[in-house]
Design a protein around this ligand. Structure first.
Ligand SMILES: [Zn+2]
Length: 273
């Protein structure tokens, strides 16, 4: 075959490779962070899930001062969702959740996740990062170092499957996100997640973590999970997650699958204890 002929043969292939946009996600997505909030009913959520072609994990907020505070409440939620076309999630709240729920009941959920938005800071103040008057940032760098320590401790010590709302910053420092989330700080969180087998949420509502974080985490072998964390009825359709999947070339293997990963994680947890 002459060089010219072979070039003619491969030209269309090259051309196709250049002009065909990468498909946003060629695998089915799961939104593991849907809440029945703002009047959203289970039936409505299932309808939206079918319409969007996205399987939903519906999660209940469980913890001190939240709708469910004990085993009985958690079981009620599980029974309500059992047999329906959704996964059943536990959003563990605050740091005292492990003392409120038995291991058996925790294990009945399809998966468990938490965030680091609620903690007691180094001066003993209960902090909720989304509440303006409960956020104390006297020194930005010191705050970030303390916050990273809290996140690493949560990921390393609590029996969770997904770490959600990752890298969320309180409003007073939100516009400094890229400067404050240095490569070193991101690395500490990513290392902890990889070591503990905890997936990192790509959050559609807050549009976090940043692309830089996702690329760094992907390189380190971390797993991801899509999540909306709706505060109201409006759910969207994982727009930010789809954008990041495309821009960071994430594949099915990069994503948490509770059917496979939860078991592996539980085994690891049992070995630790
Ligand atoms: Zn949530």
């Amino acid at each position: 075959m002459s060089r010219k002929t072979s070039l003619l043969l491969i030209a269309p292939i090259l051309l196709t490779a250049c002009v065909t946009p990468r498909r946003p996600a060629d695998f089915p997505l799961v939104d593991y962070h849907v809440h029945l909030k703002g009047g959203l009913t289970l039936d409505e959520a299932i309808e939206i899930s079918k319409k969007n072609g996205v399987k939903f994990g519906i999660a209940q907020n469980c913890g001190l001062g939240f709708p469910v505070t004990d085993d009985a409440g958690a079981m009620q939620f599980i029974e309500k969702l059992q047999g329906r076309d959704v996964y059943i999630g536990m959003q563990a709240e605050g740091r005292e959740w492990l003392s409120l729920f038995s291991k058996d009941v925790i294990a009945r959920f399809d998966y468990v996740f938490t965030d680091a938005l609620t903690f007691t800071d180094d001066k003993g103040r209960r902090t909720r990062l989304w509440m303006k008057d409960e956020v104390f940032v006297e020194d930005k760098q010191a705050f970030m170092d303390m916050y990273v320590d809290k996140i690493v401790s949560i990921i390393s010590n609590e029996p969770i499957d997904i770490f959600v709302n990752p890298t969320f910053l309180p409003e007073c420092i939100q516009n400094e996100y890229d400067d404050l989330w240095t490569e070193q700080r991101m690395a500490r969180i990513i290392d902890a997640a990889v070591k503990s087998g905890v997936a990192i949420e790509i959050n559609a509502r807050y549009q976090i973590p940043s692309k830089a974080f996702i690329l760094q985490a992907k390189k380190a072998g971390a797993k991801f999970a899509c999540g909306t964390n709706n505060g109201e009825k409006e759910l969207g359709n994982l727009e930010y997650c789809r954008k990041m999947i495309k821009e960071c070339s994430l594949a099915k293997k990069d994503f948490f699958d509770h059917n496979k990963d939860r078991k592996k994680h539980a085994q690891r947890q049992n070995q630790i204890r």
